[in-house]
Every structure is written in C-alpha cells, then in structure tokens.
Ligand binder design. Structure first.
Ligand code: NAP
Length: 313
C-alpha cells in the first residue's frame, strides 16, 4: 500500500479533480508483476493501467482507493478486475463518491476484499477529493513560514529568507498539490515574490499594485473585489478544487476558520521583536482557553527547519 501511495503521488498536479490513485498487481504466488497509476485527468484509472497486458489469474490487486463500479469517463474497473481472474483485492479506503460501490460488486463476484489498509495515510493522500465529494466545496490550505517566536516578517516587512533552501524546495512540492495559490497585495508589495504555479490569484481590493510586479510577469489573476468565502465558492464553481494561501498574518488570520489544513514551517531563529509580524494576526484574546485548537498530524525535517502539518480540531 505504501508503494501505491508513492505511485499515486506522482499524479499530483495532473489528475485534479480526480483522486490520486496507485495500484500494484501480484501474481498467485505473491510476486509483484505490474503497477499503474492514474496519470492525468480523464486518463485511464490506475487499476486499468496496472492490469493492461498482464496475466493476473489468481492474483492480488492492491489499490489506495476503492475501484470504481460505474461508467464515468472510463468503463468500471471492477469489470476488468473480475475479468482478469483476480482473487483478492486490498483497498486503502472506500470512495467517498456514493455512486461507487466497488467493494460490494467485487464481493458478489466471489473476490476476497480486504479494506482499510493504511487508511489514515490514504485519506490524507486524497483529502482534497474527500472534501470536494462529501462537502461539495473547495479545500483550503495555508502555508506559512515562521521563526521560533512565531514571526513571518520583521516589523518593516523583511522576510527573505526565514527558512532554508531545502524547506523552500518542499514549498514548491506542496504547491503542486493545489489547483491554485493565493496571495495578497500586501505580500506582493513587501516581497515582490516569484511563485511557480499555473494558477496564481492575487487579491488587491484597493488597487495598490501596478501590474509591473514580478508575479504578473509570470502570469497571475488579479482580483479587485473581496477575497473571502464568496470568492472561494466562485473558484470552486470554476473547477478549482483546492487553494493554497501564501500570505502574511492578517490574511492568514482572516481565513483561518475556513481552512482545512496548515503547512507551518518553523526555522530555528528568534527575532525577539514583539512588533515583528505574527503568522496569524487577527484578534486579541485575554483568556488562553479561547485559543483556536488544532491537531498536529506530522512533523517533518527539511535541513535545519521543521514542517508541522496540522488540522483544525
Ligand atoms: N513567511 C511567510 O510565510 C510569509 C508569507 C507571505 C508573506 N509574508 C510576509 O507577510 C507580510 C505581509 O503580511 P500582512 O499581514 O501585512 O499582509 P497579508 O496578510 O499578506 O495581507 C493583508 C492584506 O490582504 C488584503 N486582504 C485582507 N483580507 C482581504 C479580503 N477578504 N479580500 C481582499 N483582500 C484582503 C488587504 O489588502 P488591502 O490593504 O488592499 O485591503 C490586507 O491589507 C510581508 O512582510 C511578507 O513578507 C511572510
């Protein structure tokens, strides 16, 4: 299943709004004979790519997402699995799409189905797809980079670079998982950033940008109106399934309660300046029990820095 997840990840940036899927086929003796993945939107499903041209009679098929049992852009994968004589199917998670009933169909055909293998990892892998299908809305993530004392920039806006090249390379990987990235006029004015992504959305409700900033030379969409929930809903209607916000503390704070996930890089530095910019700056609380609560899902190291991935509790 871990191999399936790694295979599936190679589709990041190419399969949305479809899920990320990887598949491995073992022969009757348990030896791996093929692999396949969902490579691009509208293309073959992973199971189909893995089964094409292989003799899999009596074999095992391992896949991170329940195989489809309905006609979509491609024929049902369950038909092919049954036709190939597969005896056992191992699945990471059920498909959140209620139209999919693959497990039932496979069991009815006499195939042994083992479910829930590395389910947590499989759900994380397709967290955007799950939110899209179950809540019919865009998935919102924030990326921020801060010092040990929680600052994303000095009081005068200097923030290049808080984190190491290794952490910034990971940011480029994270961007690939999202259909769009979003930032603000304030951040563009302070940093004049270059962000590699096919869909960049810049909020500039007070027309403070000239259009000559570097980000516009790379191609970016300028939004002059409000950038809150209404805009996110409009983006979803346009087929943007997920957005990564890369802004300063004020916009991060404004969006925090509408956010599904936070990527929080921490560099081992301390500014020591109370007036430096905080990574979430949106309200004053007097009672610590009024803090927003989160659940840390993972801690990863990138050079000298760490990345916390966390979710609202
Ligand atoms: N370390 C990091 O990860 C990182 C990342 C990005 C930025 N930064 C730093 O953060 C600093 C900027 O932070 P900041 O807190 O001053 O600014 P910010 O959070 O990036 O942006 C605040 C601005 O966003 C606009 N905005 C807020 N809500 C909006 C809405 N609903 N619709 C449309 N626009 C909205 C407003 O622009 P108007 O004023 O035009 O209304 C507001 O001034 C910079 O110094 C930058 O270097 C650090």
């Amino acid at each position: 299943m871990r191999q399936c997840i790694e295979l599936a990840k190679r589709g990041e940036g190419a399969v949305s709004p479809n899920p990320l899927v990887g598949c491995i086929v073992l022969d009757a003796a348990g030896n791996k004979i093929s692999e396949g993945r969902h490579e691009k939107y509208g293309g073959n499903h992973a199971e189909c790519n893995a089964l094409q041209g292989v003799e899999a009679q009596g074999g095992t098929l391992i896949v991170n997402l329940e195989p489809c049992s309905h006609h979509g852009k491609t024929p049902p994968c369950t038909d092919l699995i049954i036709e190939k004589g597969i005896k056992r199917v191992v699945i990471g998670m059920r498909d959140p799409n209620p139209l999919v009933n693959g497990v039932k169909q496979l069991r009815e055909a006499g195939i042994e189905v083992i479910e829930g293998v590395l389910e947590h990892e499989c759900r994380r892998l397709n967290e955007v797809f799950v939110v899209n299908k179950t809540e019919n809305r865009i998935f919102v993530a924030i990326k921020t980079a801060a010092t040990l004392d929680g600052k994303t920039a000095t009081a005068n806006g200097s923030s290049k670079w808080i984190t190491s090249e290794s952490a910034r390379a990971e940011v480029r990987n994270i961007r690939k998982r999202y259909d769009a990235i979003m930032t603000t006029s304030a951040t563009v004015l302070a940093d004049d950033p270059e962000m590699e992504h096919k869909t960049k959305i810049i909020l500039d409700r007070n027309s403070r940008l000239s259009g000559n900033e570097k980000i516009f030379q790379q191609g970016a969409h300028l939004v002059r109106g409000e950038g809150g929930i209404t805009l996110l809903n409009e983006l979803y209607e346009l087929g943007i399934m997920s957005v990564l916000i890369e802004a300063g503390g004020r916009f991060n704070g404004e969006m925090l309660e509408s956010t599904d996930k936070i990527y929080h890089f921490i560099a081992p530095k301390i500014t020591g300046d109370n007036s430096a910019k905080s990574c979430f700056d949106f309200r004053k609380i007097t009672d610590i029990n009024d803090s927003l609560n989160f659940q840390i899902d993972s801690v990863k190291h990138f050079g000298p820095d760490i990345l916390l991935e966390y979710y609202p509790k």
